[in-house]
Design a protein around this ligand. Sequence first.
Ligand code: GAR
Length: 207
Amino acid sequence: MLRVLALVSGGGTNLQAIIDAVAAEKIQNAELVGVISNNKTVKSLERAKNAGIPAFSVSPKDFENRELFYEAFLDKVNECRPDLIVLAGFLVAIPPKMVAQYSGRIINIHPSLIPSFCGVGYFGLKVHEKALERGVKVTGATVHFVTEGMDEGPIIAQKAVYIEDNDTPEILQRRVMEQAEWILLPQAIDDIANDRIEIRDGKVIRK
Ligand code: GAR
C-alpha cells in the first residue's frame, strides 16, 4: 500500500476527489495516511476528518520566521512517513530541503496547461484571471512531479478545457476542476501506486 500524504491550503475539492476515488477503488493500492494544511480553519481539514483521515495544521503564523515554519512543517510531513506527497491545492512554495528529501515522490496539480500561466505568482483563481485576460480559448490542468523550480517538474498528465465567452474566473475555475483536475489527480496517484509510470531523461513515460 502506497502511503499518500496530501498537503492542502483551502477548499479541498481536489482532496475530496482523492478521498472519493480511494473509496470507489478508482485508486488502488494506496491509502491516505494524513492531510496537512498551512491554514488552521480550512474546509479541507474538515473533509479529512469526515473521512477519518488524520488531519493537521502547521501555520506560518505560529512561527517567528519562514525557516522555523518550514522546519516544523517538514517534521510533520516526516511523522506521516509518506511514500507519496500530493500537493492538492497547496499554495505555499515547497522548501528545497523537502524537495530534495522526497525527490520524485511529490506531485502537484496546477490549474493550467503548463508551461502557460504557471510559476511564481500563478496560483488558485489568479491563474484563471490571467488566462481570461490573455484571451486564450483553451486552458486546462496539469499534474506534474515537483522539482525545485516552481511548476517546472516532469509532466505526468494534462487535460484541455475550453473557455467560453462569458466565463468569469470563478466559472472557469469550476469547469477546469470538474473537467480536468478532479480526474487527473486521482488517475496520477493510481498510476504511481500501481507502478505504471517512470521518469526518464526528465520526462514521464508509461511503462
Ligand atoms: C485548485 O484549482 C488547484 O489546481 C490550485 O488551487 C486550487 C485549490 O482548490 N493549485 C494551484 O494553483 C497550485 N499552483 P481546492 O482546495 O478546492 O482543491
